[in-house]
Write a protein that binds this ligand. Structure first.
Ligand code: PLP
Length: 416
């Protein structure tokens, strides 16, 4: 009989296989110093484009003061236990009311973490008779939620409304047999490509099909819409979103998440989401800190304006310099190059060592073989000088890549 650990000695998994070469540099790098556009990596200050600190709240003095005050008053332990049992507080309830007022849903429920929250909400909302129809490029937390589902699921081609319609026809037929309902799941902003989910068109399909819509707007909350209330606001279809999710880990620069929905749905989630019933509630600094972050997000439009000035300047500058940045209509800025994994590792190193630019690099299997994606996340605390320097440096590495200057086979095995 095999030992369960035998497979670990055979393989560390698709990412773990690079562990020895990449630990501390490409994977698990340490970014040190105050969170911002410049941080220390490997002992030197670099320009950082890889943090989802969209509005620059992570290091905002009022946020830091709110976090510190709450920690001094309550420590990190209070309140103890799950919300339902012993872990509730007036601050948790206030934050839920503030969030509902802001996004315009009847109520909201706080979640300890976004990932488990999405998974657990999907689990609570569907039963074995129901059918899930979801976008093919959905975040891992949606995929894992779908994995938990005991009924049928249909996946539609990313953002392809015709294909969604086909899947809804199949789902409708099946639901008539099982006696269940249909839940469509998409993201508001897709975190890799920066494309927006076609929420308005999906909502319009409600005229033809009977389904509920679940939107994960992790990257849209705070960045999209006139007030920052997210991609539903941006596309003027918030009313058609039945379950609105966002995390606090991006624009809100914290930990935790929430779901907004009609009162009855939120009430049901409070009593049926296993990730909330069986886990400790958010500690006070996260809760009181989130109240402060939300206040700033709502009342300081200059933060979102700064963000979008940098987004526009970076994206227009890259396009003008001949870069392919795909189909983004949001702050997420992918720069798509053609090359092998050895070339990608080499040019990333050069960006870091010669130009002091730190950004995330995405390669196969997340993007197709032969594509290198450098993913930039502009924030409210970047400057025009940061943008100019980056476009210059990217132009140098793009030209070098095109001329074949980077070794294509240095780590040929890594590309196998
Ligand atoms: C689209 C999306 N959903 C959910 C999550 C998970 O949120 P959290 O970090 O709060 O667990 C993330 C990433 O953080 C995300 O990008």
């Amino acid at each position: 009989m095999k030992d369960i650990f035998d497979k670990i000695s055979a393989s560390m998994g698709p990412l773990g296989r690079y562990a020895d070469e990449s630990k501390g540099y490409y994977m698990f790098p340490k970014l040190e110093g105050p969170i911002g556009n410049r941080m220390v990596f490997n002992g030197r200050e670099r320009l950082i484009w890889s943090l989802n600190n969209y509005l620059g709240l992570a290091n905002h003095p009022e946020v830091m003061a709110a976090d510190a005050d709450a920690a001094a008053r309550f420590g990190m332990a209070y309140p103890m236990g799950a919300r339902m049992m012993s872990g509730n507080s007036v601050y948790h309830e206030q934050l839920e009311r503030d969030l509902a007022d802001f996004i315009g849903t009847e109520d909201t429920i706080l979640l300890n973490f976004g990932y488990q929250g999405v998974l657990s909400a999907i689990d609570a909302l569907v039963d074995r008779h129901d059918i899930i129809v979801y976008d093919a490029e959905s975040h891992a937390c949606i995929i894992d939620g779908v994995r938990l589902h005991m009924g049928k699921r249909f996946v539609y081609t990313h953002n392809n409304i015709d294909n969604l319609e086909v899947q809804l026809q199949r789902a409708t037929k099946l639901a008539e047999q099982t006696g269940g309902g249909i839940m469509v799941i998409t993201e508001g902003v897709f975190g890799m490509s920066g494309s927006q989910g076609k929420l308005k068109e999906i909502v319009a399909l409600k005229q033809k099909f009977n389904f509920r819509l679940f939107v994960d707007d992790a990257h849209g909350f705070g960045t999209m819409g006139a007030t920052g209330a997210g991609t539903g606001e941006e596309q003027c279809c918030m009313d058609g979103i039945d379950v609105y999710f966002s995390t606090f880990a991006k624009s809100m620069a914290g930990i935790g998440a929430f779901i907004g929905a009609d009162k009855n749905v939120v009430k049901y989630l409070r009593y049926n989401m296993r990730s909330q019933i069986f886990a400790k509630s958010l500690p006070m600094p996260m809760t009181i800190g989130a109240i402060k972050r939300l206040e700033l997000l709502r009342t300081r439009p200059e933060l979102k304006n700064n963000l979008w000035n940098i987004v526009n300047s970076l994206q227009n500058g890259l396009r003008d310099a001949g870069f392919n940045i795909g189909v983004t209509t949001t702050p997420v800025t992918p720069v798509l190059l053609n090359g092998t994994i050895p070339e990608a590792t080499q040019l990333t190193r050069e960006l870091r060592e010669d130009f002091d630019i730190f950004c995330s690099i995405v390669v196969y299997p997340v993007v197709p073989k032969g594509v290198i994606m450098l993913r930039l996340i502009p924030t409210a605390v970047h400057t025009q000088a940061d943008v100019d320097h980056t476009i210059k440096a990217f132009t140098v590495i793009k030209d070098k890549l095109a001329s074949g200057a980077y070794p294509r086979d240095e780590f040929a095995a890594m590309n196998a």
